[in-house]
Design a protein around this ligand. Structure first.
Ligand SMILES: C[S@@+](CC[C@H](N)C(=O)[O-])C[C@H]1O[C@@H](n2cnc3c(N)ncnc32)[C@H](O)[C@@H]1O
Length: 280
């Protein structure tokens, strides 16, 4: 059983769980096949891990539901189909076991890289399919092309855990990133022009007439804003509220975004997500 996550793990799962309940209830009387896609699926359960400060979570001694089991337990109007993508062999085997325990449900476990599986899932969606996709990586695994493929379906609502802490570490404050990291940032943002704006010439002029090196402002909010702007270019609507998930030292680790892909459902979807993000 994996021990992973930090204090943010429980927080994000409560938000996702509340949304899945509300989403299926809202579409209860619609003629859609509802699909839940967990693209970084884990193994069904988790135990607070070493990343926790022990005192934060000492009340949790039991196993906790992961996102896949939370989705399977949505009750009022259950999902019709589940797609669990998990690259790690051991974890995908645990998901096979979970699928076996829920043999009455339609569950596919795909032991592969989410960035190669998701575009094909998107292409396979039928006219009456609607899906929620949860992108819950440990770090910077989600490529922009994958997010764009999700948005292009116009049938998917997407929760995205954007690893703002890891990305801030890839972006030195005092100079622009080295070439290898630039390539990674291009993959994550879908092009250099979408992230390099966080680097500016220093406001204070140097006494020395050399070409000033670029620097970025402190904090990670500006990086998260770049990604939100990017999401707004491809999705129908992005919830104006997002949630900054912090570690026990109060440093931002992830920004949890919600983006809606369907033109006629986007307003209500964003309203529901926004309500959950401000209330929970
Ligand atoms: C934060 S955990 C997911 C936790 C899960 N959502 C839960 O609530 O139980 C991230 C998972 O993504 C898997 N993973 C990492 N890179 C992947 C990739 N490229 N494609 C699919 N799965 C990946 C890891 O093995 C890990 O299990």
């Amino acid at each position: 059983m994996t021990s992973f996550g930090g204090p943010w793990t429980q927080e994000k799962l409560e938000i996702i769980g509340a949304y899945l309940d509300a989403y299926t209830t809202a579409l209860k009387d619609q003629p859609f096949q509802l699909i839940y896609v967990d693209a970084f699926a884990g193994e069904g359960y988790w135990r607070p891990g070493s990343a926790y400060a022990a005192e934060d979570y000492e009340e949790f001694t039991e196993l906790l539901h992961g996102s896949t089991t939370i989705a399977l337990n949505v009750g009022d109007r259950p999902f019709d189909r589940f797609v669990f993508i998990e690259r790690d062999n051991k974890r995908s085997q645990a998901l096979d076991e979970l699928a076996h325990q829920h043999s009455a449900r339609r569950i596919e476990v795909i032991p592969r890289d989410a960035n190669s599986v998701l575009p094909r899932f998107c292409e396979s969606m039928g006219q009456f399919d609607r899906a929620v996709v949860f992108l819950d990586p440990f770090a910077t695994q989600v490529s922009w092309d994958t997010v764009a493929a999700i948005a292009q379906t116009n049938k998917i609502d997407c929760w995205i855990l954007f690893p703002v802490g890891a990305i801030a570490r890839m972006m030195p404050r005092g100079s622009s990133p080295p070439t290898s990291l630039k390539a990674q940032l291009d993959r994550i943002f879908g092009g250099r022009q979408h992230w390099e704006g966080v680097y500016q010439e220093p406001a204070q002029l140097s006494l020395f007439p050399t070409k000033p090196s670029l620097e970025r402002a402190s904090g990670s909010a500006q990086i998260a804003d770049c990604y939100r702007n990017r999401l707004e270019t491809v999705f129908e609507k992005v919830a104006p509220t997002s949630r900054t998930l912090r570690n026990s030292k109060n440093s931002p680790m992830f920004e949890l975004f919600f983006a809606a892909g369907n033109a006629s459902g986007a307003d209500i979807a964003v309203r529901i997500a926004g309500h959950i993000l401000t209330r929970l």
